[in-house]
Write a protein that binds this ligand. Structure first.
Ligand SMILES: [Zn+2]
Ligand SMILES: [Zn+2]
Length: 74
C-alpha cells in the first residue's frame, strides 16, 4: 500500500493538504482495513474543525463488514 496515498479533499471539499490535516490511526476489523495494517489512517480536516464540524477521512476507506459486525472506528 502506498503510504503517501491520502484523500485529496474532505467530504466538504476542503483540501486535505499537510498543515490543514491531522493524521491519526484507528484500529478496525473491516475488510479493507484487515487486508492492510488492521486499521485505518485517519485524516481530520482542520478547516472543518475550525468551523465546528468533525470530518474524518479514512485510508483505506472504511467499510462495515456485512453491516452487522461493522463498527465505526472512533
Ligand atoms: Zn473540511
Ligand atoms: Zn474500518
Amino acid at each position: 500500500m502506498d503510504p503517501e496515498h491520502r484523500p485529496l479533499t474532505c467530504p466538504y471539499g476542503h483540501s486535505l493538504e499537510p498543515g490543514a490535516t491531522r493524521v491519526g490511526w484507528a484500529p478496525c476489523d473491516c475488510p479493507p482495513a484487515w487486508a492492510g495494517h488492521k486499521g485505518h489512517r485517519t485524516y481530520w480536516c482542520e478547516r472543518c474543525r475550525t468551523a465546528g464540524w468533525t470530518s474524518i477521512s479514512y485510508n483505506p476507506e472504511h467499510v462495515p463488514a456485512d453491516g452487522v459486525r461493522g463498527r465505526h472506528p472512533r
